[in-house]
Design a protein around this ligand. Structure first.
Ligand code: ADP
Ligand code: MG
Length: 631
């Protein structure tokens, strides 16, 4: 090979690139930053059967990433091969690619890393008395030398990108790189349940998971008690696929998917099908812009999935994606419905108190670790608690407990409600609090505020209910049930309501006329730019035919689907429910209030409206104590 440096202006002389350059190019695909090294090395440790993995970092990993494991180790011959590209112990022939059960298989990680950093591997296989150490500096590999040390493998990667300064400049501040590295360690720890993990940074211990900890314990250690205590388990097995894990109530949802973790046969994956199925499972409970929180382990025969789709190995392709989807949706949907949908008031109070006095700006995320983001278009955001009874319950110390002293109230109602909540400390805010529908007899009295909110005492606090949101949920569920049973009761209008629409809308409505009739919306063409509404579901009270027809036209136009599709039906029903419900502004009698609450209790979920706004916010005695600085 010529030593003359080829310039781009020269006539093309095609030559093979030196190996180290080839590896550097390959490194561009998988080694972006210290976190990618952490991931590759930890995967190797887990593939080697480690039961304990320690990750030591310096300066966010850019100075040092050291991974220590107690796995099977490598002998001299292995060590000589480890840094070669396309050298792996995990694949033998092409056919093996069809059923990969290890995390690695490309045989490129160590070669890539070796080309862009100073590396050393120490390893002592099971049964050997002495270990070996090999060094690789930017692709120059030394012969192995004897070295003492524990059984297993230690790999040290120093000075990442020391020989590729252009890439080094892309590294972020150490704190940023560190948090990405820790995120990888955490994901690994949540994905590999029989393995213990430790992470240190600049000599300080940062994260620690014992091998014996189960998934909830790991989640608790990683993300805290509030989340871990609110989780609902998921478990199912259809003979082909198996799922196990936990889903969180909708209020934990986030704008990013950092707490949505899927593990496929132990590999952390980011896959569109999986993201979509979770979205679907939370449909109706969650603002579509937010990502639910879930930790899910999926397992199946490795032959049923292709993991060789992308160098980072995070994307996968299911060979039976429809069946996977249906299986997962089935298992997830019921678990999601069982999560506690209550919106705890504690976070609202804390948020409000943190700002100057009681000023709270809704658009900023509302509840702590917010489960929903109030949308300005949905009328008054319920989180503006200073506008709710403000004075009555926070000021003046005289929250109207309906003429009874607070102590009498809590004793009396505890008696009615039974021991169901006795064990719940104030820390359990929001976690299964008080919705024991069977024994809560809704004794009242109720206080209606601004013809919009209903306040009612609870054995250990009080709740504020958005009457419109709750009624909307009730109407929606009722309609949905009727549609599912194919028994929509239709109210025929004596005088058809003529609604002006655009030509395009009219064409759409006409096209889907029959499908709309099946969900109780009976429409006939009327002139060039209007339709006549002749019947609508009788469940709708205070109907607003014009608004309903327009909503339907808009939904059809934006989804482009037929109203027989489940998601379109749901949207149409949402809008129908919304348009017909008890509006904010209706004065309600005690009986009317009791009847709404009673019907709400019979629903699977009476905690959020179909648009996933909360129907109620709860405040416990603990919240009040905190608000008044009694604690
Ligand atoms: P791959 O993991 O795709 O096989 P790598 O470049 O990551 O490729 O590793 C190359 C080989 O080095 C692996 O196949 C494995 O045999 C060996 N190896 C790497 N790390 C370890 C480790 N921590 N313990 C035992 N063997 C290891
Ligand atoms: Mg590997």
């Amino acid at each position: 090979m010529s030593s003359k440096h080829p310039s781009s202006a020269q006539a093309g002389v095609i030559r093979a690139l030196p190996e180290v350059v080839r590896n550097q190019i390959a490194a561009g695909e998988v080694i972006e930053r210290p976190a990618s090294i952490v991931k590759e090395l930890m995967e190797n440790s887990l593939d080697a059967g480690a039961t304990h993995v320690q990750v030591d970092l310096e300066e966010g990993g850019s100075m040092l990433v050291r991974v220590i494991d107690d796995g099977v180790g490598m002998n001299g011959a292995d060590l000589m091969m480890a840094f070669e590209s396309h050298a792996t112990s995990k694949l033998r022939e092409a056919g093996d690619l069809d059923h990969i059960s290890s995390l690695g298989f490309r045989g490129e990680a160590l070669a890539s890393i070796g080309s862009v950093a100073r590396c050393a591997i120490y390893s002592r296989p099971r049964g050997d008395d002495i270990g070996l150490r090999i060094e690789n500096e930017g692709g120059r590999i030394q012969d192995p030398v004897d070295a003492g040390g524990p059984r297993g493998t230690t790999i040290e990667i120093r000075d990442l990108f020391y020989n590729t300064p252009a890439r080094r400049r892309f590294l972020k501040r150490p704190s940023t790189e560190l948090s990405r590295c820790l995120e990888v360690v955490q994901r690994m720890a949540l994905g590999h349940l029989n393995v213990g993990f430790v992470a240190t940074h600049n000599g300080k211990r940062n994260y620690d998971i014992e091998a014996s900890m189960d998934l909830p314990a790991r989640i608790r250690r990683t993300f805290g008690a509030e989340l871990s205590e609110s989780l609902v388990p998921v478990e199912a097995d259809d003979g082909m696929f198996k799922i196990f894990g936990y889903v969180a109530p909708p209020r934990f949802a986030r704008r990013d998917s950092a707490r949505q973790m899927w593990f496929l046969n132990g590999r952390m994956v980011k896959d569109k099908v999986l993201v979509r199925v979770l979205k679907e499972a939370y449909r109706g409970y969650l603002d579509p812009g937010r990502q639910p929180v879930a930790f899910l382990h999926l397992s199946m025969d490795p032959a049923l999935v292709d993991v060789n789709v992308h160098p980072a190995k995070a994307e996968v392709r299911f060979r039976e994606d429809r069946r996977v989807f249906a299986f997962l949706l089935n298992s997830l949907r019921s678990a999601v419905a069982q999560t506690d949908m209550a919106t705890p008031g504690e976070g609202l109070l804390r948020k409000a108190l943190n700002r100057d006095g009681y000023v709270h700006h809704p658009g900023q995320g509302a509840i702590h670790d917010p489960g929903y983001l109030p949308r300005p278009s949905e009328g008054r955001p319920i989180t503006e608690i200073r506008e709710v009874p403000g004075k009555p319950y926070v000021g003046g110390g005289s929250f109207p407990v309906y003429g009874r002293p607070a102590s009498a109230l809590s004793e009396g109602d505890n008696a009615t409600v039974g021991g169901g909540h006795a064990g719940l400390g104030t820390d359990a805010v929001g976690a299964g609090l008080l919705t024991d529908g069977a024994v809560d007899t809704l004794p009242g009295p109720f206080l209606q505020i601004d013809k919009t909110y209903i306040v009612r005492a609870l054995p250990d606090g009080f709740e504020v209910i958005d009457q419109h949101a709750l009624h909307e949920r009730i109407t929606y569920e009722g309609l949905l049930r009727e549609v599912q049973n194919g028994s929509v009761e239709v109210q025929r209008l004596l005088v058809p309501e003529v609604v002006e629409v655009s030509r395009a809308e009219k064409a759409l409505l006409e096209e889907h006329k029959d499908a709309l009739a099946k969900i109780g919306i009976e429409i006939e063409p009327f002139g060039e730019t209007a339709v006549a509404l002749q019947g609508m579901p009788s469940r709708l009270r205070h109907p607003d035919p014009m608004g309903l027809v327009r909503d339907v036209a808009e939904i059809l136009a934006t989804t482009g689907k037929s109203p027989t599709a489940a998601d379109v039906i749901e949207e149409v029903l949402h809008s129908a429910a919304c348009r017909s419900s008890v509006m904010a502004g209706d004065a309600l009698t005690d009986d009317a209030i009791r009847s709404i609450l009673q019907r709400g209790k019979q629903l699977e979920n009476d905690q959020t409206c179909p648009h996933s706004r909360p129907t109620r916010v709860r405040f416990t005695l603990g919240d009040l104590e905190r608000a008044f600085h009694r604690k």
